[in-house]
Design a protein around this ligand. Structure first.
Ligand code: NAP
Ligand code: G4F
Length: 344
């Protein structure tokens, strides 16, 4: 059988890099779309470039989701079997600062790829995966599944909701095998340093290595359903292997607060945290020594935040036979182990 080719946008990101590792092991040839950057942005995929065997299976292209001519040309010259659209301005807080750019890359970027599939008449050949997100639910009923109403609460979530419906519409209107993976938060050692999970594991590691005394966070009470990115990229591939295209929630079914994440990270270095005070005065202290390790800084508050995300992924478990393999405790331990090694 000829080898399958998969085009991945956002290949330099957390998920893009884990998905590349996963698909290369499955025998795929990867067309990796990366942005031009003024400094190196390929840290997460350098192990592929540096491995002679693996690098043969990886073809890099410069590309940007905001440039339709570029997207069209890459798809025209590569005609991939599968496209995974993982590229995005993915930071929710930042999307309040750059709403128009977030919409251009996240909403219109998705439209540009689907239009390219349509105008190039690749409907019968190319399957399309859209990186949708639990953020599209906003503050709504708990847990959230594929039938839960959407109430997005950020420019990022609104852009992703446009992309969600565009994917559904191109599936229905043009018979493209196009799916939305509605993934809940997923993390790992390659997570970007400004997302709360990695910010915490890095800061706790720095406290352990005596490189800092405390760190600051925003909303301590937000709850998220945190899973492992390595487990979640498998679900993307499974969705494109399904008989018929459909949209799936991918989640663990358990949610924990930001405070609980902090406690779990400190537990890894045998420190118990207790919380004192309220609102902006709330602090996280070392139960034994009284040292203050966590403070609140309103700079990290969002104009509107999502209180709790907890997913019901029974459809994916039933139809795709997908399930999460990593517990919350194992995830935090894996990230702590990696950051302690990195921060010497
Ligand atoms: P990430 O680490 O922030 O990676 C985003 C990737 O998109 C990076 O490779 C980035 O390139 C690229 N990118 C940004 N703007 C672009 C543009 N205009 N054109 C082309 N590429 C662009 O995000 P992630 O955590 O891997 O998430 C992958 C996708 O899943 C995103 O679409 C995200 O919104 C979505 N998602 C993530 C989660 C999660 O919990 N991780 C949950 C649900 C959905 P640079 O490296 O050059 O910045
Ligand atoms: O880690 P976060 O920035 O992730 P958020 O906003 O949930 O978005 C991530 O998951 C989405 C899936 O639900 C993805 F679509 C999206 O691309 C991204 O990967 O923040 C999590 C929570 C928020 O409620 C935030 O207000 O943590 C709270 N938080 C508290 N202090 C903080 C901080 N978030 C960040 N980034 N930094 C803080 O200091």
């Amino acid at each position: 059988m000829p080898r399958k080719t998969a085009l991945i946008t956002g290949v330099t990101g957390q998920d893009g890099s884990y998905l590349t590792d996963f698909l290369i092991k499955k025998g795929y040839k990867i067309i990796g779309v990366k942005r031009r950057s003024s400094s190196f942005n390929t840290k997460r995929i350098d192990h592929i470039y540096n491995d002679i065997k693996q690098s043969k299976n990886f073809i890099p292209y410069y590309g940007d989701l905001t440039d339709s001519s570029n997207i069209l040309r890459i798809i025209q010259s590569t005609k991939p079997d599968e496209i995974y659209n993982l590229g995005a301005q993915s930071h929710v807080h930042t999307s309040f600062e750059i709403p128009e750019y977030s919409a251009n890359a996240d909403a219109l970027g998705t439209l540009r790829i689907l239009e390219a599939i349509r105008v190039l008449k690749l409907q019968k050949k190319t399957k399309f995966y859209q990186a949708s997100t639990s953020e599209i639910f906003g503050n709504t009923e708990i847990p959230q599944n594929e039938r839960t109403p959407f109430r997005p609460r950020s420019p990022y979530a609104i852009s992703k909701l446009y992309a969600y419906w565009t994917t559904v519409n191109y599936r229905e209107a043009y018979d493209i095998f196009a799916v939305n993976g509605i993934l809940f938060n997923h993390e790992g050692p390659r997570r970007g340093e400004t997302f709360v999970s990695r910010k915490i594991t890095r800061a706790v590691s720095e406290i352990y290595r005596k490189k800092r005394k405390f760190f600051t966070l925003g909303n301590l009470n937000a709850k998220r359903d945190w899973g492992s990115a390595k487990d979640y990229v498998e679900s993307m591939w499974l969705m494109l292997k399904a008989k018929t295209p459909s949209d799936y929630v991918i989640s663990t079914g358990k949610s924990y607060s930001v405070k609980k994440f902090v406690e779990e990270a400190f537990k890894y270095i045998n420190i118990k945290i207790s919380w004192k005070g309220k609102g902006l005065k709330e602090i996280g202290v070392n139960k034994k020594t009284g040292e203050v390790y966590v403070r609140v800084d309103p700079v990290y508050f969002r104009p509107t935040d999502v209180d709790e995300l907890r997913g019901d992924s029974s459809k994916a478990r039933r139809e795709l036979k997908w399930r999460p393999k990593t517990t919350f405790q194992e995830l935090v331990s894996e990230m702590m182990k990696s950051d302690l090694k990195e921060i010497k």
